[in-house]
Design a protein around this ligand. Structure first.
Ligand code: HAM
Length: 421
C-alpha cells in the first residue's frame, strides 16, 4: 500500500498553491502599508513556553500539543500558535530597546494542533498573524482589527461579522474570577472533570465548556461586563470610538472569552456569515496580552495581535463564490521539429529565461501538434516555431496566440521582440 498523508494535513498542489501565493502577496502588501515587518520564529519551541504563555489550563496546552522529547531529552513542542514565540523572540532579542516603538510584526507559517479534523479544522494549518508590542493605546487595537478586516475585504469577502469584547484589566479580572468561583463552587460536583479542575485556577474557562454548556448555572453566571473597573470601561469605549471613526461595524458580545490565557482588555473574532460556510464560522481571533512579556521573563511590554488561518479564509472565499485571480503566465513556448531545432530551442529557452522571460519547450520529443496543444494549455503568449527552414534562415516564426498574428523574427532580435510585445 502506498503511504498516505497524515490525518488533518493537506498537500497544496500547483493549481491551488497560486491562491495561497496570491493571499500571501496581498497580506504582505497590506503589512507594508500598515508598517508591520516580517518575523520568522522556529516551528518548535521549549514546551514550557506554551505552558507559561498560552496557559496550562487551556485546551491547547492540555490536549492539543504535539510534544516530544528530542535526543537530548529536552521537551519540545511544535508551535500551536504564533504569539508566544514572537513575544519570546521580542524579549530574547531585546526588541523593546529599539528606537521605533511599538514593534509591529507579522508572520505567516504552519501551526500544529492535535485536534479532531473536520471542515475548517486541521492538525497542520497556516496562520497569518500580526503582533504590535509596546503600546497600550486603544488606537493600536483599532489598527490591528482594521488590518484583519481590510485583508478579508481586499480579497472580496463581504459576509463578515466582527465581534469584540473587553476582558478587563487584572483588577477587573480578579473581581470577576472571585464572583465566578463563588457562583460555581457550591455545585461544582455537577460539572465535568475539566471544569472541576478549572474552578480555582481559571474559572472563566468553565464558560467555554462544551459538555456542561446547558447547565442552569451557565446562563446565570456573573458577566465580566459587570466587573470592569472604570479604566477598563474607558479603554473599551475608546476602542469602539476608534472603530466607529474608521467606519468598521462591530457587535459587542460579553460572552466572547477566547481560548488562550494571555488575554486582557480587548478580545475579538471575525466570523463568516456566508450561508453554507459550515459549523466553524470563526475566521480570525485576536486580542490584547499586556502581561505576556513579563510572564516570559521580559519587561512590561503591552501587546495586541491576531491570527487567521489561510485554510478558513479559502473556505470563506469558496462560500461566497469568490475566485482569486490566477496569475500563471508563460511568455514563450518553443516548438521544435527535428534534432537541430531542438538544439536551438535548448539554447534559446535558456537565454530567454536569462532575459527575465518565462519560457518553456518540449522535452518529450512530441509531434508539432502536441507541442502546440501544450503551449495553449500553458496559456503561452507566444509560440516560437523552429524547423529546418528557420534554422537555415536564422529566424524564427513567432505567433501571438492572443491576436493570432505571426511574424518572422531573426534569432538575434527575438528577446527584444518578446520583451517589447
Ligand atoms: P486562535 O483563536 O487559537 O488564536 O487561532 C486563530 C485562528 O487560527 C482561528 O481563528 C482560525 O482561523 C485559525 N485556526 C486555529 N486552529 C485551527 C485549526 N485547527 N485549523 C485551521 N485553522 C485554525 C491564536 O492562535 C492567537 N495566537 C491569536 C493572537 C495573536 N492573539 C494575539 N495575537
Amino acid at each position: 500500500m502506498s503511504i498516505q498523508i497524515p490525518r488533518g494535513t493537506q498537500d497544496i498542489l500547483p493549481g491551488t498553491v497560486e491562491k495561497w501565493q496570491y493571499i500571501e502577496k496581498v497580506a504582505k502588501e497590506l503589512c507594508e502599508q500598515y508598517q508591520y515587518k516580517e518575523i520568522r520564529t522556529p516551528m518548535f519551541e521549549h514546551t514550557e513556553l506554551f505552558e507559561r504563555g498560552v496557559g496550562d489550563t487551556t485546551d491547547i496546552v492540555q490536549k492539543e500539543m504535539y510534544t516530544f522529547q528530542d535526543r537530548g531529552e529536552r521537551s519540545l513542542t511544535l508551535r500551536p500558535e504564533g504569539t508566544a514565540g514572537v513575544v519570546r523572540s521580542f524579549v530574547q532579542h531585546k526588541l523593546f530597546g529599539q528606537v521605533n516603538q511599538p514593534v509591529k510584526l507579522f508572520y505567516n507559517g504552519p501551526m500544529f494542533r492535535y485536534e479532531r479534523p473536520q471542515a475548517g479544522r486541521f492538525r497542520q494549518f497556516v496562520q497569518f498573524g500580526v503582533e504590535a508590542i509596546g503600546s497600550d493605546d486603544p488606537s493600536i487595537d483599532a489598527e490591528v482589527i482594521s488590518l484583519a478586516m481590510e485583508l478579508y475585504t481586499r480579497l472580496g469577502l463581504k459576509k463578515l461579522k466582527l465581534v469584540i469584547n473587553s476582558l478587563g484589566d487584572t483588577e477587573s479580572r480578579i473581581a470577576h474570577k472571585e464572583a465566578l468561583i463563588n457562583h460555581f463552587k457550591p455545585r461544582i460536583n455537577e460539572f465535568c472533570h475539566d471544569c472541576q479542575m478549572r474552578l480555582e485556577k481559571n474559572p472563566l474557562r468553565i464558560l467555554d465548556c462544551k459538555k456542561d454548556r446547558d447547565h442552569e448555572l451557565m446562563a446565570t453566571a456573573p458577566s465580566l461586563a459587570n466587573y470592569l473597573n472604570a479604566e477598563s470601561s474607558a479603554y473599551f469605549n475608546k476602542l469602539q470610538h476608534y472603530l466607529t471613526l474608521m467606519g468598521i461595524e462591530f457587535e459587542v458580545d460579553s460572552n466572547l472569552v477566547r481560548g488562550l490565557d494571555y488575554y486582557n482588555h480587548t478580545a475579538f473574532e471575525i466570523m463568516s456569515s456566508a450561508e453554507g460556510f459550515g459549523a466553524i464560522t470563526t475566521l480570525c481571533g485576536g486580542g490584547r496580552y499586556n502581561g505576556l512579556s513579563e510572564d516570559l521573563g521580559g519587561p512590561s511590554a503591552p501587546g495586541i495581535g491576531f491570527a487567521l488561518s489561510i485554510e478558513r479564509l479559502l473556505s470563506a472565499l469558496d462560500a461566497e463564490s469568490i475566485e482569486l485571480p490566477a496569475e500563471t503566465s508563460l511568455d514563450c513556448y518553443f516548438v521544435t521539429m527535428g534534432e537541430q531545432a531542438k538544439d536551438k530551442a535548448v539554447e534559446l529557452t535558456y537565454k530567454a529565461r536569462k532575459h527575465n522571460l518565462s519560457a518553456e519547450m518540449d522535452t518529450l520529443n512530441r509531434k508539432m501538434k502536441a507541442q502546440l496543444k501544450s503551449a495553449d494549455r500553458l496559456k503561452a503568449k507566444f509560440v516560437a516555431i523552429i524547423g529546418e527552414n528557420e534554422l537555415s534562415e536564422g529566424a524564427v516564426v513567432v505567433k501571438n496566440l492572443e491576436s493570432g498574428t505571426q511574424e518572422n523574427v531573426p534569432f538575434e532580435q527575438l528577446f527584444d521582440y518578446l520583451t517589447q510585445s
